[in-house]
Design a protein around this ligand. Sequence first.
Ligand code: GTP
Ligand code: MG
Length: 238
Amino acid sequence: MTSDQQTTNTDYDYLIKFLSLGDSGVGKTSFLFQYTDGKFDGKFITTVGIDFREKRVNYRPPGQDTQSGRAQRVHLQLWDTAGQERFRSLTTAFFRDAMGFLLVFDLTNEQSFLNVRNWISQIWSSNYSGQLQLHSYCENPDIVLCGNKCDLENLRCITVDRAKDFADKNGLQYFETSAATGQNVDKAVEALLDAVMKRMEKVVDKSSFPARTPVTDNGNATTKVSENEKHDNSDCAC
Ligand code: GTP
Ligand code: MG
């Protein structure tokens, strides 16, 4: 998967929306900044409400070699939510449109790990209650759990085994990441993209995609009618 800066705004095959969530200060904004720009800033500027980043990637399913068919051009919209409680009703309103979730906790902060369970409930109650049967895409939300700040090894209070055990019991993929060094940041996003693309392919096989594609203009999401071949699930509850 490589970033592709040369394409025009609508020159893509798939528009994929991911959303980061987790307690305030766990490193969601830093994680996304590292993913999109390869940079890290040690200052803490808490996110107010919701923010937004974008990146283009070329996607090939794992195992597909570069000779067999062209890569899918993916436009990633990355929604960065505020972890602070006072923004909760605003941010959870965005959960509904996300196709996948980057659920982040801080390996040096026990409470942020304990709260992962609550964040999972928020995803389910915001997105999926009563809608499970409507869209085959949405039978289970794709969630990747990130134990962030793994560069701070001497401050760690959540062991790898404890986090992995939780992830396994809850059917989540788990990565130990560092927004500071970049460790596993790309891998975590790629794993989520792979899970979502696999799910999308199943839906395409069933020819059940809606023909609406949201596009963005200066960070503001708008919706336009597009060609059928641009795949998006904006009518979907997830
Ligand atoms: P809210 O916007 O309030 O929800 O917080 P957030 O989750 O977006 O946290 P943010 O990315 O702003 O990071 C909080 C603080 O942790 C900042 O000072 C970051 O520099 C620091 N930080 C984030 N990720 C890492 C990391 O992987 N390692 C280290 N050492 N510091 C990190
Ligand atoms: Mg933030």
